[in-house]
Design a protein around this ligand. Structure first.
Ligand SMILES: [Mg+2]
Length: 192
C-alpha cells in the first residue's frame, strides 16, 4: 500500500514536472494585452504619425480614400466587447480628419457579411463616416489577407487612391494597394 502510494506520488510529481515544462515553454509565446490606457497611448503614437502624413498628403486634391480595419483598430473590441462597441478615440479623430480633408473612409474587415447591419450601425452610431464596408463573403474561407487585399483592389477599381491603410494586424496591411500602411499594436496576437 505504502509502496503503491509512493509510486503514485512519484508519478504525480513527474506529471507536474512535464506540465511545468510545457507551461514554461508556452510562456514566451503567450500574448498578453496591456491596460486600456497603455493601448490607447500606443495607438496614439501611430495615429499621430498617420495624421501628420494625411494632412500633407490630402492637401493634394483627388479621389482619395483611407482604409480602416474594424476590430481593435476602429472599435475597442478587446477592451469593450459590447453590442455597440465604442470607437477607438484617436482612430475616430483620424477618420474624421481624413473625411474633412476630402478622403472617403472605407472599412475592410474579416467580420462575416452575416453581421453587416449590426457592424454598419455600430460604426455610424459611434460617429464614423462610412463610405464603404467590405466584409468576408458568405461561404468564403480564404485567408483574411487575401480577402482584404481584394477589397482594397475593388476600392481602387472604383477610382479611389488609397492613401493610407490602417490596421492592427499584418493581414490588414500586407498585399499592397495602399500608398502607406500604419500598423497599430496587436501585442503578438493578443488583439485580433
Ligand atoms: Mg483588427
Amino acid at each position: 500500500m505504502t509502496i503503491t502510494l509512493r509510486f503514485a506520488a512519484v508519478g504525480l510529481a513527474a506529471g507536474m514536472l512535464v506540465l511545468g515544462a510545457g507551461t514554461a515553454e508556452a510562456a514566451p509565446a503567450a500574448a498578453a494585452a496591456p491596460s486600456e490606457s497603455v493601448w490607447i497611448a500606443d495607438v496614439t503614437t501611430v495615429t499621430d504619425q498617420a495624421t501628420a502624413y494625411l494632412q500633407q498628403r490630402l492637401a493634394n486634391p483627388g479621389r482619395n480614400a483611407i482604409v480602416l480595419d474594424i476590430d481593435n483598430t476602429s472599435l475597442e473590441t478587446y477592451y469593450h466587447p459590447q453590442w455597440t462597441t465604442p470607437a477607438t478615440p484617436p482612430v475616430l479623430e483620424l477618420a474624421k480628419l481624413a473625411k474633412a480633408d476630402g478622403a472617403a473612409v472605407f472599412f475592410v474587415t474579416d467580420r462575416t457579411e452575416l453581421i453587416r447591419s449590426v457592424t454598419a450601425d455600430n460604426l455610424t452610431d459611434v460617429g464614423y463616416p462610412v463610405d464603404g464596408l467590405s466584409m468576408r463573403p458568405l461561404f468564403n474561407f480564404d485567408p483574411a489577407q487575401v480577402n482584404k487585399t481584394k477589397a482594397r483592389a475593388a476600392i481602387e477599381a472604383q477610382g479611389y487612391t488609397i492613401v493610407a491603410n490602417i490596421g492592427n494586424n499584418t493581414t490588414d496591411l500586407d498585399g499592397g494597394h495602399a500608398e502607406r500602411t500604419f500598423k497599430l499594436p496587436d501585442y503578438n496576437g493578443a488583439l485580433s
